[in-house]
Design a protein around this ligand. Structure first.
Ligand code: ASP
Ligand code: MG
Length: 406
């Protein structure tokens, strides 16, 4: 008997009819002799609706209370799915995050799971029930409700799978797998049969919205076999593997990720001295703002320019902090731009291929696209460009690297 954790996203549980379809699928998996734990998101659009309600009464909303509010979305879907299963003659039992002790730290709105007590879930499974767990939510040591950050239900599913030592964690979503790039931007994108954890991590962190990044990290760390599948069509989806698939002809590039959620900030004319980078980024980190790319220019006249990127939502806050830092450091100027995007090539095959970057720059140049920032790591090359060039850039690169269907 296999233990499978299945996660269904917001679109998959977006209406009573869809919940019905999920219930049929879950029931079929259970009847095939598996123990099934289902993790669900809120109905599609619900979390956004709740965020808007919160913003209508307080700007920015109190973080603790926002979590109390947001967690209600998933409480609706666990109950509805359990009832639907029950009506189909499949015993089921719903649990909130607190009820199954998904214990997190206290970082409201972006909490991290620290521990899950699987006992209650196991008992329900052993009693022949399908267990339905609310995604995205947990509880801190003091009993406060927390949420895991947008898209956090994926992480709940993976953490559940790790805690229960599940045989597979299946993420059912509105796409049938992981693609070479977002098919809405490049219709010629192809589904990948497998992708390595490393690549998936890059694709996820670079803004490919298929899986939440923490979920992929978690799965990699705890050896959870992870598969992305469609909730609407049958198919094998994409399996996330630990090794590059040796049977496949190795492509240098597995995929192109992009992120619209970017903004860049530059502080100009700061003293080129030890400790300055820390003085600039320390206050940013203290406010829990994640910094992505960091570029420091060579020094001219003992001063230097320092650029970094943040999520677009953090841009105003980061600008305020940077202006204050600029005063303290006697910097010349602070400038920012939140009309930028990041496009990245990802592939484990790239390690031995120095020509990737130059092909990338060439094909962007051929389209007249100016590159604002560049960064590289072992398995990726990223560029920041003006937002209006996103589609053009992604399509040009998809073609240039032979990712388009033959
Ligand atoms: N409902 C939450 C969100 O919309 C969590 C999730 O869907 O995974 O972000
Ligand atoms: Mg989601």
């Amino acid at each position: 008997m296999a233990l499978i954790v299945q996660k269904y996203g917001g679109t998959s549980v977006g209406s009573v009819e869809r919940i019905q379809a999920v219930a049929e699928k879950v029931k079929a998996s259970a009847e095939a002799g598996n123990q099934i734990v289902v993790v669900v998101s809120a109905m599609s659009g619900e979390t956004n609706r709740l965020v808007e309600l919160a913003q209508a009464v307080q700007q920015p909303p109190n973080e603790r209370e926002l979590d109390v509010l947001l967690s209600t979305g998933e409480q609706v879907t666990i109950a509805l799915l359990s009832m639907t299963l029950d009506a189909l003659g499949q015993q089921a039992c719903s649990f909130t995050g607190a009820q199954v002790h998904i214990r997190t730290d206290s970082a409201h709105n972006k909490a991290r799971i620290q521990d899950i007590d699987g006992a209650r879930v196991k008992a329900a499974l052993d009693a022949g029930k399908v267990v339905v767990v609310a995604g995205f939510q947990g509880v801190d040591e003091q009993g406060n409700i927390t949420t895991l950050g947008r898209g956090g239900s994926d992480t709940t599913a993976v953490a559940m799978a790790a805690a229960l030592k599940a045989d597979e964690c299946q993420i059912f979503t509105d796409v049938d797998g992981v693609y070479t790039t977002d098919p809405r931007v490049e219709p010629k994108a192809r589904r990948l049969r497998t992708i390595t954890f490393e690549e998936m991590l890059e694709m996820a962190s670079l803004g490919s919205k298929v899986l939440q990044i923490r979920a992929v990290e978690f799965a990699g760390k705890y050896d959870v076999p992870l598969r992305v599948l469609s909730s609407f069509e049958d198919g094998e989806g994409t399996l996330i593997t630990f090794e590059d698939d040796p049977t496949m002809e190795k492509a240098k590039i597995s995929g192109i990720a992009f992120n619209r959620d970017e903004a860049k900030l530059t502080i100009m004319g700061v003293p080129d001295q030890p400790g300055v980078a820390h003085k600039i980024l320390g206050p940013v980190a203290e406010r829990n703002i994640e910094v992505d790319m960091i570029v420091q220019n060579i020094s001219q006249d003992g001063t230097t320019d320092f650029t970094f990127t943040v999520n677009r939502g953090d841009f105003p806050k980061a600008m305020d902090i940077l202006r204050r830092t600029a005063k303290e450091l006697g910097a010349r100027e602070v400038v920012g731009d939140d009309n930028i995007v990041k496009i990245s090539l990802v592939g484990v095959g790239m390690r031995s291929h120095a020509g990737i970057a130059s092909t990338m720059f060439q094909s962007l140049a051929d389209e007249g696209i100016n590159i604002c920032l560049i960064s590289t790591s072992e398995i990726k090359v990223s560029v920041v460009v003006q937002e209006k060039y996103l589609e053009l850039g992604v399509r040009a690169l998809h073609e240039a690297f032979g990712l388009t269907e033959a």
